[in-house]
Design a protein around this ligand. Structure first.
Ligand code: G6P
Length: 608
């Protein structure tokens, strides 16, 4: 949440800051601001709303001279999204400017303390205490002031800082919020995420917790929490720069949906060798796999929904007991974990605060952890004992699609591997499962090419008040994701229910014409769910069914049917989710919603 950038070098800073922020808007977009040192003064411009308001205000940065600056795009936590709460924040005489991503948890105590010393606050933010506290401790050495501030603040932060008395230098520090440093030919940069610097450099340093970076146009140095200089090696980022551009699609979400076949291939292919699953990257011996007592799958949002699917597969195929937890619940419920359990954390960003905290909780109890992560070098990827990357590339739309699909693949592969090693499935079964998995990209392509039919259907529901998603088993997990997609981007109230649970309350909400999307991909459960559909229809529901090709029986019960190609019952989520993603997308487009940046949301949730 919130994106920060900084630039110092030979070029005009403001246009570079705005460009960098445009790549970070997925992190928050309720207000934005930049501060640039023009040789005399640190000038700031801030604007409420999307970044384009700030860009217009500054003529794309042209009106702000100066070659060193910092910028911020905000997702409000403390204080409403107003101009005065937008970053950068300053100390009283505006000689220190700060941008911040994270939450200073003890800011009220610090604010009171500083007010007692005569400091006056102009915003409701937690960030402003950092600017005043730096001022309070600053004598001549910025580094000393920063170290003292680090000692006083609690919570999470990635900070970009400028001191008027040290022109041409940027300071950056992080704890539990992401921050990278880019080493460019024409100047150096800081940013919350790689896409913000890709246009200028592919050489990136990952800053670890409680490390400080000091950047000038010519040099970059790093320090530890004791102020001692430390050496760091840069990493080369090999992402395709176009991956973070819309490339002719109307929205990132649509583009990313269309990238799903490739994402599935990229996540799958390197892990199939000699017709078997090869996940040597995890360094897990067969003995270790056989010794696993229980799996704890922990995640947030859509990643949690892939975990719900995986539970059915790990239990059904590999016969390993699985608990699936929302990270925000797991971290505070004092879970019972045994020595031979494995904790799997699933996260696209690798920075989700609750998921990271859950990982640390498991580690602190001596439990082995495995991260299924998309962003290379992210906190969860670095801190988990083992990491399995989903090769989805940068995902920009707030509503995840391709990272979700890649996570499913990683989980299928793990389940197949564990099942085989534990003697629950034969080599022949592995071969047959892998054949089915290899067909998925083409099958997804086929479903995507049918988008016209779904668009047509979606157009009928742009003024729906409520939509329900129902299914049993894996189909229930698919329903959870279908429902989340719809509500997050179209703002239509929607709920997912286990089909058998409807009559315990929810069915009372069904009225004449209420849309119910039912998912029926599990053959042994068809009949059960069809009975539920009949119950719904007799109360007036309009029923959309997503089911396997060949299940023509459904046509007698449902009003509208979308067929998915045949695959193994464990993998149907990868196909059934496609029409549901398309449905949400076209409902949101039809309603004129900002699909890629839905209200109140952010892609990377780095606060708890
Ligand atoms: C946010 C995003 C969701 C995502 C969830 C978990 O809510 O909008 O799309 O599923 O965070 O994020 P992660 O990066 O940990 O997968």
């Amino acid at each position: 949440m919130c994106g920060i950038v900084g630039y110092v070098g030979n070029s005009q800073a403001a246009p570079i800051l705005l460009d960098g922020l445009s790549k970070l808007e997925y992190r928050g977009y309720d207000s934005a601001g930049i501060a640039v040192y023009d040789g005399e003064k640190i000038h700031a411009q801030k604007a409420c709303g999307r970044l384009k308001v700030l860009s217009e205000l500054t003529h794309d940065g042209a009106t702000m001279p100066g070659t060193a600056g910092i910028g911020h795009t905000r997702w409000a936590t403390h204080g409403a999204p107003t101009g005065s709460n937008a970053h950068p924040h300053f100390n009283q005489d505006e000689s220190i400017a700060v941008v911040h991503n994270g939450i200073i948890e003890n800011y009220q105590k610090l604010k009171k303390y500083l007010e007692g010393k005569g400091f006056q606050f102009v915003s409701d933010t937690d960030t402003e205490v950092v600017a005043h506290l730096l001022d309070y401790y600053y004598k001549e050495d910025p580094m000393e002031a920063i170290l003292r501030v680090m000692n006083r603040v609690e919570g999470s932060y990635a900070l970009g800082i400028m001191f008027k008395s040290h022109p041409g230098v940027l300071y950056a520090v992080r704890k539990d919020s992401p921050l990278i440093v880019g080493h460019g030919g024409d100047g150096n940069l800081i940013a919350s995420d790689v896409p913000a610097v890709l246009k200028y450099t592919r050489n990136v340093y990952f800053i670890q917790n409680e490390e400080i970076a000091v950047l000038s146009g010519e040099s970059i140095s790093f320090y530890n929490v004791d102020g001692e200089e430390i050496a760091k090696e840069p990493s080369t980022i090999d992402w395709d720069i176009n991956a973070a551009e819309k490339g002719g699609y109307e929205h990132f979400m649509l583009k990313e949906m269309y990238e799903q076949p490739q994402t599935v291939r990229d996540t799958l292919s390197p892990r199939i060798k000699g017709g078997m699953v090869d996940i040597e990257e995890l360094g897990m011996s067969d003995e270790e796999i056989r010794g696993i007592g229980r799996l704890h799958i922990i995640a947030c949002g859509s990643a949690y929904h892939t975990g719900m699917t995986a539970k059915y597969i790990f239990e059904g195929m590999a016969r390993i007991p699985v608990d699936v937890d929302l990270a925000s619940e797991f971290r505070y419920r004092n879970p019972i974990l045994a020595e031979n359990d494995l904790v799997i954390i699933i996260s696209q960003s690798g920075e989700t605060a609750d998921s990271l905290a859950a990982l640390r909780e498991a580690k602190s109890r001596g439990i082995k952890t495995l991260g299924i992560v998309n962003v290379v070098g992210s906190s969860i990827a670095r801190e988990a004992d083992k990491v399995m990357y989903t090769w989805a590339g940068p995902e920009i739309a707030v509503a995840t699609t391709k990272a979700y699909s890649a996570q499913l693949i990683a989980e299928y592969l793990l389940a197949i591997k564990f099942a085989q090693v534990r003697g629950e499935i034969t080599e022949q079964q592995v071969v047959s499962y892998l054949k089915d998995l290899q067909k998925l990209p083409e099958q997804i392509e086929m479903l995507l090419s049918n988008k016209g039919k779904i668009q047509h259907f979606a157009n009928r529901y742009i003024s729906a008040k409520d939509v329900f998603f129902v299914g049993r088993g894996i189909d229930y997990a698919i329903s959870l994701e279908g429902s989340l997609k719809l509500k997050e981007i179209s703002y239509i109230h929607s709920e997912a229910y286990a089909a058998g649970e409807l009559k315990h309350g929810t069915i009372s909400l069904i009225e004449e014409g209420t849309l119910v999307a039912s998912v029926l991909t599990q053959e042994e459960l068809y009949k059960k769910t069809i009975s539920n559909i009949v119950e719904l229809k007799s109360r007036g529901a309009f029923v959309l069914a997503v089911t396997n090709t060949g299940n023509t029986e459904i046509e007698k019960a449902a009003d509208y049917v979308i067929y998915i190609p045949q695959t193994n019952r464990w993998f149907t989520n990868s196909l059934a989710i496609i029409p549901l993603q398309l449905f949400s997308y076209y409902v949101a487009v039809g309603k004129g919603c900002d699909v890629d940046k839905p209200r109140n949301l952010a892609k990377s949730v780095t606060v708890e």
